[in-house]
Write a protein of this length. Sequence first.
Lengths: 345, 345
Amino acid sequence: MRSGKRDIPAKNSEVALTDGKSGLPPQDLIDFFKNSDGFFIAIHLSPDGDALGSACALGMALEKMGKRTMLACRDSVPQQYVFLPGSERFLTFSDIISRNVDIKSYKNLVLVDCNEIKRTGFEKTELASTKFAASAVIDHHESDSLFGDIRWVVPPVAAAGMLVYYIVDALGVTMTEPIASNLYTALVVDTGNFRYPSTTSEVLRVASVLADAGANPYNINRAVNESWSEGRFRLFVKVLGTLSINDGVAITHVTRKMFDETGTSPDDTENFASFALTMKEVKVAVFIREVGDNHYKLSLRSVREVNVERVAALYGGGGHKNASGCVAQSDLATLKADLIKQLGG
Amino acid sequence: MRSGKRDIPAKNSEVALTDGKSGLPPQDLIDFFKNSDGFFIAIHLSPDGDALGSACALGMALEKMGKRTMLACRDSVPQQYVFLPGSERFLTFSDIISRNVDIKSYKNLVLVDCNEIKRTGFEKTELASTKFAASAVIDHHESDSLFGDIRWVVPPVAAAGMLVYYIVDALGVTMTEPIASNLYTALVVDTGNFRYPSTTSEVLRVASVLADAGANPYNINRAVNESWSEGRFRLFVKVLGTLSINDGVAITHVTRKMFDETGTSPDDTENFASFALTMKEVKVAVFIREVGDNHYKLSLRSVREVNVERVAALYGGGGHKNASGCVAQSDLATLKADLIKQLGG
């Protein structure tokens, strides 16, 4: 794995995006897409709608330019997102290995919605020794990493889908309904349906352009947010039943037994974490998922003015200021008490 | 009460709105606002964010033109919406009567977010004999009514707030942050936060313009949708515990006892009705609220392709295709069985 290094993104593009008016991808990124061929587009493990939609859209746009692309992820596309046009093109790393897929001709690596190779899980596979000719990074997460020959990492931007929108535009590719639907999904997922602080007028403007190009807000929202199984709904009711509130910190948990009783899996808990923020007095919501005996995975969510990344870091985790995660080895009661001590007040 | 009659709105404005591009209010409506003074702006009883935000915004725009306006409603502004700029100007009909407020100089009646005087509750008060010089109607609900000298009733439009946005624009009033926040709230409330089928590219474009003018999507969403009391949240958990699903029909109910146990009131059940539509297999969600012994109020919500207005009408109620209401006198078990029969399959 070649890991080119380069400084943080061109200042002019950062400024353009931060002032919320228009996105201007770095010229070297645009040249990279125009002048190269064979793109291996990889996204982070446990992919979400932003990663999947952004990668599908970028792949489609490049294919329309006559380029060859491969979409890859450690994990398969979650059921919730199989509706995304082109998502059937995703290969898992296991698929690539077991089917002996030749990836040598996809010699340009593109990371989407993550900014270091570690986030893809690629390095832990037999593919790790693959040599790429060049690498580009398109992401909106905070990062200390310098991975990538070309980096376009703009943390204030709501979604990787915004950046891909600007790239599609800069490449001169006509916005089609499938590209628009992928990007609209990316925006919906990473802005919590236009609810998070990252929802700027520019996000809404781009959403409007995408809807104009054929993305259907109702259908996409129904597919992304309103396609719960009855089991998932029953699980949700059980999880809400565990709610405790102390000092503005709401804690809920899910056990392996609850999954069994409702025929569900951890995938079914997406967005459970933030639900308790619906309450005015709740500033932090913690969702605890039992992974094994005294082994828990935590999702921390907070209102804009509270930073939970700090506490996730205490447990060896990380994420964003208002959305972080970590794991903990402890019994549940002690863990909850510790969390209230760390987060409360 | 003078009840001028006039035909349905000018076709050109309807077409302009239906094709989702731009709104063109009828010229007589614009002339009415420009050439008259003293506007009595009334909204429907049990006001929601669209009615309140639209009326506040219209009132502000007219005041900026040097016009005198009065905002009136049968009911006081719900706690959830007191954050709306200018909402403190609302008078209830009881306020007007008890304080002997002179409304004679507000001789131009404007109905917002409703299209017949009946929906305001005005006619059941001592004020009913008030004579207005002229009346205008600005609404997006289906209607057989011919009430109003000037009617701008455009059912396909997502919110009355959209219509008021076009009016403010046509009046040449500069969009200010308070006007924008009121209108953004109207859009958020009546599109279910950009989730309903009425969410067009045009709605998103207007939302973007409003955010550009200072409306804050995060703050507004937090105020409208994420300011639940803990009691309301506990009530929600209890209501979810009553869920039954038959033939794609999800039914939940709330009893007076549950309100007592959680220190809540019927106001706290807003949006409970549609929550079960989160499930993929659920096409209709019915929320039953106990009003008295064997006396229930029903809210019916459905996915786009199912019409619940038909069933609400069987019970003497009405509303929209996908959101209707009615009352029923029955015991709960019989009522639920009847509903499944009427709505299922």
